[in-house]
Ligand binder design. Structure first.
Ligand SMILES: [Zn+2]
Length: 324
């Protein structure tokens, strides 16, 4: 395993480790593809590496097991499909059990922004009174869906995409053809570029997101809804395409809001569109549009999901928010 970019993050983790003060709960937040899961693994290695120091050796037995996700004391939970019962009765009671190897246990909750408030409150109790042998690592694409009470009990660390040069180097290391072009297309987002190299569909949906957001910026509701109602749908994954479009749209408008507030955008795969939206819409409307998309990224994962109804509701929520 190799960490590309995110040098400040690695330094901060290494300082914690050297001073023996790794927080009991960490939150990595940042755009999909910016290395949150890799950093969660890296942190787990810091907890378990047999060679103590500021950085995991990545070659001892424990580091290797963490990398392969087979260490018996690391528990993984994806919040995209986690319900209250499973959390309350399945996962959290195990925090009271002794670690298999007698040391600490690490719980990694990914896509934490998708966890509903009921579940977040259940977990909160465990964050408030942490067991001395339990560590929590949360990863989230943004902090918007996370309760303030959770945020106040975690050390939050933002992850960033790479520079295009760093990304190109990483892509060549991974054996991706046309690494330079891919790094440029995905603006230095290594995860997105790697996914696109593996999965041609992902690249198609990122392109469709740009088209969709173009229609939103042009205030053409008809074309926006038409595009969503005619998304290419893989047979085995009805909600996947809309999920990508909703998530990417959120990033584009989140960045537009950041630009409108004179901040530095960091998330979206299309900075030009964010800049254009920031010129056209007032900050309040941009913030509301971004908030609507966060709500929809949750509803895309709900059980009673219907792609046509969700697509219609999504576009009308965005165009209503635009009126502000
Ligand atoms: Zn090690």
């Amino acid at each position: 395993m190799k960490i590309y970019g995110n040098k400040q993050v690695v330094k901060r983790l290494s300082d914690y480790a050297k001073n023996n003060c790794l927080p009991h709960a960490l939150l990595f937040f940042g755009d999909a593809g910016t290395g949150k899961r890799t950093l969660a693994d890296y942190t787990s290695m810091l907890y378990f590496c047999l060679e103590k120091g500021g950085a995991p050796c990545m070659s001892c037995e424990n580091c290797k097991r963490v990398e392969k996700h087979i260490h018996p004391d690391v528990v993984y939970a994806s919040c995209a499909d986690l319900n209250a019962e499973e959390l309350r009765e399945g996962i959290l009671p195990t925090t009271f059990e002794k670690a298999v190897e007698g040391g600490i246990k690490v719980y990694i909750f990914s896509e934490f922004q998708l966890l509903n408030n009921v579940c977040q409150n259940i977990l909160l109790t465990y964050l408030e009174e942490p067991s001395p042998t339990v560590r929590f690592i949360l990863t989230a694409s943004n902090r918007n869906g996370i309760l303030p009470t959770i945020l106040s009990r975690t050390a939050a660390i933002q992850t960033f995409k790479l520079s295009e040069e760093e990304c190109e180097k990483a892509l060549s290391d991974y054996g991706v053809k046309n690494a330079g072009e891919a790094a440029k297309t995905y603006g230095g987002n290594l995860g997105l570029a790697l996914n696109a190299a593996k999965d041609k569909n992902a690249a198609v949906y990122i392109e469709l997101t740009r088209e969709l957001c173009g229609y939103i910026v042009e205030k053409n509701e008809y074309k926006a809804i038409n595009l969503l109602l005619h998304l290419p749908q893989p047979k085995d994954d009805k909600r996947g395409p809309l999920k990508i479009l909703v998530n990417e749209t959120e990033k584009i408008f989140h960045d537009a809001f950041v630009i409108a507030m004179d901040g530095k955008p960091s998330l979206s795969c299309c900075p030009e569109l964010s800049a254009k939206a920031a010129k056209i819409f007032p900050a309040l409307a941009l913030n509301l549009i971004a908030e609507e998309t966060v709500k929809f990224s949750k509803s895309v994962t709900e059980n009673n999901f219907n792609s046509k109804i969700t697509a219609n509701a999504f576009v009308s929520a965005i165009f209503n928010a635009m009126e502000n």
